[in-house]
Design a binder for this molecule. Sequence first.
Ligand SMILES: O=C([O-])CC(=O)C(=O)O
Ligand SMILES: [Mg+2]
Length: 591
Amino acid sequence: MESTLKEMRVGASVLDMDPKSTVGGGVEDVYGEDRATEDLLVTPWTISVASGYTLLRDPQHNKGLAFTEKERDAHYLRGLLPPAIISQQLQEKKLLKTIRQYQLPLQKYTAMMELEERNERLFYKLLIDNVEELLPVVYTPTVGEACQKYGSIFKRPQGLYISLKEKGKVLDVLKNWPRKSIQVIVVTDGERILGLGDLGCQGMGIPVGKLALYTALGGIRPSACLPVTIDVGTNNEELLNDEFYIGLKQRRATGQVYYELLHEFMTAVKQNYGEKVLIQFEDFANHNAFELLAKYGTTHLVFNDDIQGTASVVLAGLLSALKLLGGNIADHTFLFLGAGEAGTGIAELIALEMSRQTKVPLEETRKMIWLMDSKGLIVSSRKDSLQHFKKPWAHEHEPVKGLLDAVQAVKPTVLIGTSGVGRTFTKEVIEAMVFYNEKPIILALSNPTSHSECTAEEAYSWTKGKAIFASGSPFAPVEYEGQVFYPGQSNNTYIFPGLGLGLVMSGAIRVHDDMLLAAAEALSGQVTEEHFSKGLIYPPLCNIRKISAHIAALVATKAYELGLATRLPRPANLVKLAESCMYSPTYRNYR
Ligand SMILES: O=C([O-])CC(=O)C(=O)O
Ligand SMILES: [Mg+2]
């Protein structure tokens, strides 16, 4: 494999000598024929098969000690491996043991990333078979700490870095990526990593982690996934002063410079990979997130995970909670602490669902939903000074400053934390919720764990076990007065892998709000009586691939109904199709 890449690169540099050529070429033009004129020499490059030492260092094909005797003979591996032959199951067992021995989450994270670099199938097998245990290692909350310390744990680059230095050359940068048939891109500019703020170029951990879940949870092939970090600088002083910082050492570019680089990226993606590549925006700051989504939502297959993925997962949890409590979504009153991407995204999808169910116009259903930001309750007297995405939530009310006052004023049945600030659901606030409601719904969604609005233990003990609680980052079950409570994880990881699979397998060309509603309904449909009896409003993550297949099927169904699907004719059984196109990490036998 390494030798193949080398040959490709040599091929490209020979071609670059052609001064007349303006188009064509790139990594796919292995033989140089596209760009060569009749008088320019070409080299008849061939693609070689990885074998021997190179095969052991190729993470896509390496199987380590699981290579059989026959494979060791056929692929020049004799002597390069110790004599033992062990199964993939035994390899898994050994690795799990090693990972469990590490005390620190970051050590576990590093061990997993090293495994991914060494043996991709084993990495995914381990992750899929132990998803509940390993998700918090490769994803939230540990991925947050990994991003904070990315500079020091950085060894080999992962993903594609597009910085201001690459302005004007973004298409060439995409062509440097060794894989050509990309189906999903997760892109960040690192400005708002989880609730941790601006981590600049170190945000790369997020697209890498999200895409690992696209594969493990949604079955998208690893080779079809592309993590991208756009580096326009950082306003994080600590990073700017850190001699080991891996990104551009300048303050963030804004305005035209920023939008030009993003536009070049979006255009190059479509040019290089076509109309059906999915681009997931992740962890952009509010001031860019809404604008990018609005701008590219009509021309590209894009969605913003923090706005739309989070909205869909929360709606799913609410639909499940209603099955537990009875009544309709329109019977509820919502209060959000935090009016950014997650807060307004969730609020809008709830209002849409209410409107669909009751046939009441959206402008009216929005009135059941109240949002607070750092300046207090969002009310009409503040309208002129509000950012545009907050304006629809400015209802008639006198000004209210604090959260406790807001709970007392609005008397919400559902309290949702999306501010990125931890420990803001105080004892008084939670007690007020249970004062007004027999079973209050409390969602502490900010990530990672240290930024959660309250802990699971606080939610259960302060409400004397009455709360229906879920959080963005995982919490262990809580025992309160002899009863065990199971907090659900209301994290967009339930949604984006299945949503992405549904879009990809139907060949969808745009994302539509109805697909987010469909994904929420599909997820909620996977919650059974048994889960309800434990107080769960989300199904356990151990079944996530089955859940993703159901989400994918309903999303694809919507894509066909809306005329947005291009894979025709429509396959009859979409759940079966979803299951059958999922990547399997089991080793292949080599001839
Ligand atoms: O990554 C997560 O766990 C959820 C998410 O999108 C965020 O917090 O930004
Ligand atoms: Mg995010």
